[in-house]
Design a protein around this ligand. Structure first.
Ligand code: ZN
Length: 414
């Protein structure tokens, strides 16, 4: 963790950022982060979340943002949602997104060299502190942030809550660009931001064969299991490494119709010799696919459907293929591409290397935007660290400074 100090190149790299970040702004930003992390705000802890929201409202108001705390109903209870707006109400605003909930309750923050060890320091109170630091830095420069800025900080991201999804759908639809304050990743001396995020779609195949006695009339049977197994192998084989699509066959249940249809009651058959003499006439396969562009998702879905048809003909069984609604991907070569390139060059101007992640997995804020193909999205703008969601969670303070400057530079150009 001391490699920032140990390697001479790193010293050369970290100096310019310091030069561009006045000592008092750096200190205020670190102190705010410690303060936010000291407030315990695991998802569902309404009182703790409210304390974080109040502290944020205070510091945002000090920078001229009109901040309000709304109470939103959800399956996790009534929770606070923080919205902060710049002075100009625009039809299309610059949307910044973060969350104030953590997975674990807080432990008391500790400084360890260049790191702050604290719950949520990385995911993602670090991003929130960097944003406030950026406002602070702009003010120190005598510059201002975009007047149409709109910051939303949700309370239930870590539990994939309804408030997060609803907020993204509502505010994302009218955004001119979306900046997500979730953490980037460390890559040696470099750090990343996220330009691409996979979309997801769930699917299900049902197979109906014909049961028969495996001893007396084996060739009269039509095995739903064999058909489902062939489908599963061919479906998984559509997966491509790197940026390509992936198909996860998550479950295959096959056997007699009563076994599959009443799995809970009939599970005791597994491990016995009962019904091993029956050609299985029922199978269900369930899974999901992930993809970087909607077109690719549609194409893979069509391929899965046609594998289902082919298997039906080949095994003389009936298949029915269904799928859920698509969770939109963020295409790394979509409208956010220029924004990512701008961030990379702004970082380079300050003497550090920022790399672009093109295919981060996992469903997150950008996936819930109503239209990811028309709005530029830049994710992973928060500082890097390690130990996310563990008691050892820590954030790099060098990265906190870098991201503070980067956010200020970005806001100045937007
Ligand atoms: Zn997060």
């Amino acid at each position: 963790m001391d490699r920032h100090v140990a390697e001479p190149t790193a010293i050369v790299h970290s100096l310019p950022v310091r030069q561009h970040l006045p000592e008092e702004v750096r200190e205020r930003t670190q102190r705010l982060l410690e303060e936010l992390c000291a407030i315990s705000s695991p998802s569902g802890d309404a009182a703790g979340l409210r304390r974080v929201a109040h502290r944020l409202r205070e510091v945002l108001a000090a920078h001229g943002l009109a901040a309000e705390i709304r109470t939103e109903a959800s399956e996790n209870g009534d929770l606070p949602l923080l919205l902060a707006r710049g002075p100009r109400r625009a039809a299309r605003s610059l949307l910044l997104i973060g969350h104030m909930d953590t997975v674990l309750p807080a432990r008391s923050p500790q400084r360890e060299g260049d790191h702050l060890v604290a719950t949520g320091a990385l995911d993602m109170k670090g991003g929130l502190a960097a944003f406030v630091g950026a406002l602070d830095l702009l003010q120190a420069r005598g510059a201002s942030y975009p007047a149409d800025l709109l910051l939303a900080v949700v309370p239930d991201e870590e539990v994939s809550g309804a408030i997060s999804e609803r907020t993204m759908r509502e505010l994302g639809g009218t955004a001119r660009a979306v900046l997500v304050l979730e953490p980037g990743e460390a890559r040696g001396e470099a750090e990343t931001l996220v330009a691409g995020r996979r979309g997801m779609r769930e699917w299900r195949l049902e197979v109906l064969g014909r049961a028969s006695h495996a001893g007396l009339a084996y060739w009269d049977g039509r095995s739903a299991l064999a058909a489902a197994a062939r489908f599963s192998l061919d479906a998984a084989a559509l997966s491509r490494p790197g940026a390509g699509p992936t198909i996860n066959v998550a479950r295959l249940v096959a056997g007699s119709a009563d076994f599959v249809g009443q799995l809970r009651d009939r599970a005791e058959l597994v491990g016995t010799t009962r019904q091993l003499n029956v050609v299985p006439d029922r199978a269900v396969v369930e899974g999901e696919l992930r993809f970087l562009t909607l077109a690719e998702g549609d194409e893979v879905l069509a391929q899965l459907r046609s594998i289902g048809d082919r298997v039906a003909a080949e095994f003389d069984v009936t298949t029915s293929f269904t799928s859920g609604e698509a969770v939109s991907p963020v295409d790394p070569h979509g409208p956010g591409r220029d924004l990512a390139a701008r961030a990379v060059s702004l970082a380079a101007e300050r003497g550090w290397r920022l790399e672009v992640e093109e295919d981060r997995g996992g469903i997150s804020f950008p996936n819930f935007l109503p239209c990811t193909v028309s709005v530029p999205v830049l994710d992973g703008l928060g500082p890097v660290g390690t130990g996310m969601h563990t008691p050892e969670e820590r954030v790099s303070l060098t990265s906190l400074s870098r991201r503070t400057v980067l956010l200020a530079d970005l806001l100045a150009t937007l």
